[in-house]
Design a protein around this ligand. Structure first.
Ligand code: SF4
Ligand code: SF4
Ligand code: FES
Length: 232
């Protein structure tokens, strides 16, 4: 199978992006992640015109759909490189655009982690599991923090108070397990009040998390309970 990767490259955070075509050939089915690793393992990587070029910088860890590091745009779609098979013809690879580019296909997801810290979604103690909450918590715990749900969200941009589904999902896990008034307050401010309910994030999650379902459940816990008379 012959593939031409058309990659949006950028030398460093201040560099200008440019497209570069790099040919790839494989006799066996391969993921985009495998292809990038094989290309970078070549003694000299060459572009379509035969000119030597720098290795393609991209990020991965698990190579099995567990870490979210390899999230990128592939032919315009939000995908994990380790979960996307190469196809004959041209395949366009671009970094996520809602995060600052570090180099080539690597982005800086600090804003995502800062939002998690600001909402204190890491704080937990003596969590009580039961059958119903366990199911919600388990769904939410699959989050890879890849950022795809922020990339697709029309209401999210870096630095906004609105933290998007990437924070909503871990918050949903904790909210499903125990009362947490601080988190409920943060949720109302940083998720509920900024969410336009467009559901562009529906079906986008590469981990298969039912974002819409968790959004409804978390709103019920953190918002509607308040509306029925609890103080903020
Ligand atoms: S909810 Fe899904 S799309 Fe959003 S950050 Fe987590 S794994 Fe990625
Ligand atoms: S429902 Fe719309 S605004 Fe709310 S998190 Fe999803 S994509 Fe963003
Ligand atoms: S390398 Fe971990 S999800 Fe792709």
């Amino acid at each position: 199978m012959k593939v031409i990767f058309e990659i949006l490259r950028q030398k460093d955070p201040n560099g200008s992006p440019y497209w570069q075509k790099i040919p790839y050939q494989t006799e066996t089915p391969a993921t985009v992640a495998t292809a990038l690793n094989e290309l970078n393992a070549q003694p000299v990587l060459k572009d379509l015109d035969g000119n030597p070029v720098d290795p393609v910088r991209w990020e991965c860890s698990c190579l099995q759909k567990k870490c979210g590091a390899c999230a990128m745009r592939i032919n315009g779609r939000l995908c994990l490189a380790c979960d996307t098979m190469v196809q004959p013809g041209t395949m366009k690879l671009e970094p996520l655009i809602k995060f600052p580019t570090v180099a080539d296909l690597i982005v800086d997801r600090s804003a995502l982690y800062e939002n998690l810290k600001a909402m204190h979604v890491y704080r937990e103690s003596d969590l009580q599991y039961d059958t119903e909450t366990n199911e919600t918590a388990q769904k939410a715990s699959r989050c890879l923090q890849c950022g795809c749900c922020l990339e697709i969200c029309p209401n999210y941009y870096g630095g906004s108070v609105f933290a998007g589904a990437a924070s909503m999902v871990p918050a949903a896990r904790l909210l499903s397990l125990q009362e947490n008034t601080d988190l409920e307050k943060a949720y109302r401010k940083r998720v509920y009040e900024g969410c336009g309910k467009s559901l562009a994030c529906h079906n986008i999650c590469p981990a298969g998390i039912p974002i819409e379902d968790l959004l409804v459940k978390s709103n019920r816990k953190a918002v509607w309970k308040f509306r029925r008379g609890k103080k903020r």
